[in-house]
Design a protein around this ligand. Structure first.
Ligand code: ADP
Ligand code: MG
Length: 399
């Protein structure tokens, strides 16, 4: 069932109404200043859709994992940055997220105003989905909007409990786009469908892979994840990072889908990440050595597969191809990022997800607008792809 979104509600129903929007402003802040502000900028379409229709926009978010009220985790710097971004409107900031001070701030709002509430996680009741806290949050809202897909796998007060108490609940534009892309990929992917998986956390990715393996035409594996696959095939992997706990799952995946799984055939190996005398290794990796990146021959094969599109198809990339943080081991990841951009410009749909993957992509000089969809969901993205229940999404369907 499609989720209800902002455009499904008559414009007039926003006019003068208090609209609570759950956003993900969990950005990095240092010395009172916001670093990367992509997560803030991406909420502009949702916020401005509402302000232009005369809504009183009340934004709620968490920041970090504070243990009670803690000024190290205040959202005040985010209010300042949002003010700079939206320019024409002043963004008010409430020093609390519920209670008399907030009610007073809201009573002074006019249609088109924006108020950012203080960090929801200053209350332990937020993550506990405490009924009283939900009531307080919902009491300040006529309409509920969720634009924070990244927290929608959790039953928190602001993602679930307060929504249940609000009659009108809608998806923001980011939430809608995320759900549309991910459900298309999970249930009915555009063909040919290629998946590029790297990074380290096989455990977190198994659920998603179980869903994607049968649907994908090619699964390209790099990063540390590749060594567990190679070990399962009997290739010597030296002291490369292996996930022994999931070796048997990997063997089964190879037995069922081996013909569509691509694995590295050469590697950039070293004794340790700090080792400067790196070697290109073909095939087996000697004892005492570890693979930290895919080798040139593999890069060529993988790049050709990723960028080789006839103007259609879908490619999903999650997980760096090597230890990209170290320059000597960043080549594989940089090439995949550039091939993803090339596939996009050639007309394929491309989707990139994962905290480290996004960082690596930008480090490679590929911008967010060179990807069809950037999934900021992290854990939520993998859970959605695995077919897990997403309380924050289902509640928007009225369940
Ligand atoms: P994401 O956050 O995009 O989901 P992961 O967290 O799964 O990605 O993996 C990212 C990490 O994987 C990076 O810190 C990177 O250094 C590491 N990594 C990738 N390849 C290797 C490798 N061959 N050996 C050790 N670490 C690796
Ligand atoms: Mg990571």
């Amino acid at each position: 069932m499609a989720i209800r979104t902002l455009t499904d509600l008559d414009d007039k129903k926003f006019d003068g109404k208090r609209v609570f929007v759950r956003v993900d402003f969990n950005v990095s802040v240092s010395n009172g200043a916001v670093g990367e502000d992509y997560r803030i900028r991406m909420t502009i379409p949702t916020i401005e859709h509402l302000t232009k229709r005369g809504a009183k926009v009340i934004l709620g978010s968490h920041l970090g994992r504070p243990d009670g009220p803690d000024q190290d985790y205040t959202l005040a710097p985010v209010a300042k940055r949002l003010s700079e971004i939206v320019g024409r409107i002043k963004v008010r900031f409430a020093h609390d997220c519920v209670g008399p001070a907030v009610e007073n701030e809201i009573s002074q709002m006019e249609g088109g105003d924006i108020l950012l509430l203080e960090n929801l996680r200053f209350y332990k009741e937020e993550e506990a989905n405490d009924p009283e806290f939900c009531k307080k949050l919902a009491g300040n809202a006529d309409v509920y909007v969720n634009d924070a897909f990244s927290t929608s796998h959790r039953k928190h007060a602001s993602t679930y409990g307060m929504a249940r108490l609000t009659d009108t609940r809608l998806a923001g534009f980011n939430m809608r786009k995320e759900v549309e892309y991910l459900s298309m990929m999970r249930d009915n992917p555009v063909k040919p469908f290629k998946v590029v998986v790297g990074g380290v956390k096989i455990k977190d990715k198994i659920g998603a892979l179980e869903h994607l393996l049968p649907k994908a035409d090619k699964v390209i594996i790099g990063g540390a994840a590749a060594y567990t696959f190679l070990k399962a095939k009997g290739v010597k992997t030296g002291k490369s990072l292996i996930d022994n706990e999931h070796l048997s799952w990997v063997s089964k995946a190879l037995a069922s889908y081996g013909d569509k799984i691509m694995l590295p055939t050469d590697h950039v190996a070293a004794i340790s990440p700090a080792d400067t005398s790196i070697t290109m290794v073909k095939g087996d990796i000697a004892d005492g050595m570890a693979g930290f990146d895919i080798g040139n021959e593999t890069i060529e094969r993988y790049s050709a597969e990723v960028a080789g599109t006839n103007g259609h198809g879908l490619i999903f990339w999650n997980g760096p191809m090597g230890m990209f943080e170290v320059r000597a081991f960043s080549n594989g990841t940089t090439n995949i990022a550039k091939s993803m951009a090339l596939a996009y410009w050639r007309g394929a749909k491309t989707l990139v997800g994962g905290g480290d993957t996004l960082e690596a992509m930008k480090k490679s000089g590929v911008a967010e607008n060179e990807v069809s969809h950037v999934s900021t969901g992290g854990g939520a993205t993998l859970r959605y792809l695995a077919g897990d229940e997403m309380p924050g999404v289902s509640i928007l369907n009225g369940q």
